[in-house]
Write a protein that binds this ligand. Sequence first.
Ligand code: HEC
Length: 147
Amino acid sequence: MKFVKAVMIGAILTAGAAFAEGDRTDPNAIARSDLMKIVGKNTGILGGMAKGEAAYDAAAAEGAKAALIEAAARIEETFKDQGGADPASEAKPEIWANWEDFLTKAKALGDAAGAMDVASAESIGAGMGALGGACKDCHTTYRVMKQ
Ligand code: HEC
């Protein structure tokens, strides 16, 4: 019995993990999520330096800034002509009903990243408000926030 129980618990845990990672099945939804993960990762790199959690690294900061600008520029092609078809997606259907507004918010992200002065941890810190504001401005309207 002990063995059966262990196997069952194992199966439940595995199913849980598979659900958490592979919940999106629509390739469009996966591509959107992947792009946003790049945005999140690079924002985290800059934020870590700004907060002093990571040592300032000029090359890493430049790389994160460039990656954010590039990712913001890819939002249009990555989100274009879709719908919130995948139930696991966090993209609200309002995106496609308000496409121009969504693109304006995507551009605001690219502008905030472009305006970021990455010369020092302090200057990165000074730009984090605008960068974070661009995320929040779009997420509030167009992303399903799961807690
Ligand atoms: C133009 C709109 C827009 C902007 C700007 C934006 N996001 Fe997003 N973000 C979204 C949408 C929509 C989703 C949900 C995508 C989906 O599930 O299809 C999302 C999802 C995410 C996710 C979850 C990715 C995942 O699936 O694990 C992260 C992390 C994220 N965004 C970080 C950021 C950060 C950090 C910023 C700012 C630096 C930002 N985003 C700016 C629209 C935006």
